[in-house]
Ligand binder design. Sequence first.
Ligand SMILES: Nc1ncnc2c1ncn2[C@@H]1O[C@H](COP(=O)(O)OP(=O)(O)OP(=O)(O)O)[C@@H](O)[C@H]1O
Ligand SMILES: [Mg+2]
Length: 435
Amino acid sequence: MTDLPTLAEAASLTGGGLAAWATAHYYALPHALWADRHTRRALYRRAAIRRGWKRQTRQLGLGVAQPVPGWLDRALNRQPGPQHPWLRATADQYGVTIRTGTMLGVGLDEWVKQSEHLRNAWRAERIKITQPEPGRLNLRVLLRDPLADDAPSPLVAASGSGWRCTVTPGSLDPYDPILWGYDDDGHPVTSSLAGGVHGLIAGATRSGKSIGANTLLAVASLTRNVRLTIIDPNLATAAPWWRTAYRVTDSSDPDDAAAVLNAVSDELEGNKALFWESRTDRVSEFTEDRPLHVVVIDELPNYTRHPDRKKSERFAAALLRFASQSAKFGGRLWLIAQKPGADVLSTTVRMNLSARICYRVDTGEDFEHLFPEGRSLPFTAADRSLPPGVGVAAVGSMPAPVRFRSVHLPTEACWSIADAICAAGGQRRESGSAA
Ligand SMILES: Nc1ncnc2c1ncn2[C@@H]1O[C@H](COP(=O)(O)OP(=O)(O)OP(=O)(O)O)[C@@H](O)[C@H]1O
Ligand SMILES: [Mg+2]
């Protein structure tokens, strides 16, 4: 008998513990405590959606009011109660993603018809309803517009009045995804250095090209088994990486740029022997001895439209050699230009640039330099109202181009990343010294 109070105590403790655990789980409290304020808001909205789900879906006719009795109902001689669709929901910094299912007589059309009511009930900015496969529905409930707000880069965190690099130098792999930004549904836009091929970044002046390229340069600098080469006549893009890049030049002479390109091409072609050894047609594993070479050229027209035609031609030959030969040996080329028209970039080189990012441009023609299919797309980057960092991207294995917003990695933050790389022993040359 003396054990009874102890048992009751234990039961109430267990019951209390379970209730606390269930509440914490329901509101995703551990997650919410660490999350940023946008994700926290979405987690609470997800809890509210779950609470009202049965009632709201029934009220909007998205459940089945009078289901046909099943065998058990018939055996027990009872009328089954109204049924509501099932629900799985996840939250992120832009909103809530709901997975649910169709019911008999309630399909995609019925959900789309009610989407305005759902948007009001859930106080969402926008709802997008899609059907990934028969019987299933996805509801993307956006609490804010991903294209409207600044999206901070995860590579750095604000620290006092400066920046702190959040990634340990050398901890990234060439196949890790690069987070370029977020599309207009708030989904990450990613590709990897090694998995992707060559790319092109374009946009009018002050449209966000350099900030976009900062992400590429930072990831290439922080990734092991990657050698980064930067060719930048203005030095603006290259300056933070001057100490850490494998090769770097700020010369505006096309011959100097061509020499750097050819040197990297020669190095890569040294990998030819590997093809015989490993019986492959493409280098796909990168090591310290056989690294991935990433070459970034800013202000491309400076070299391809140089007043000295002969120099421009020599540069164009070096560019074509790299663009057409290097990918299989482990080379990746990224070109940056305001307007990469036919006078700046030959069709043969362009055909090798499959990753494309276009920020704000002035004309539809400029947009079509990157996206020849531009006229049939439901959006364009030839829109003077686009804020810096917002554009159209087709990278990695994306099936179609998307509107997106780049993550914001300010150039000052790049200096902090380069400091972290130097502190970890990755310094190759002094600031301001020759390439
Ligand atoms: N993703 C972004 N998010 C927020 N602001 C951005 C973003 N990208 C660019 N900006 C803002 O726009 C300014 C210009 O961007 P950036 O220097 O990248 O332009 P650019 O296209 O390289 O211009 P230029 O042709 O003159 O070199 C930046 O200083 C920054 O304030
Ligand atoms: Mg720039």
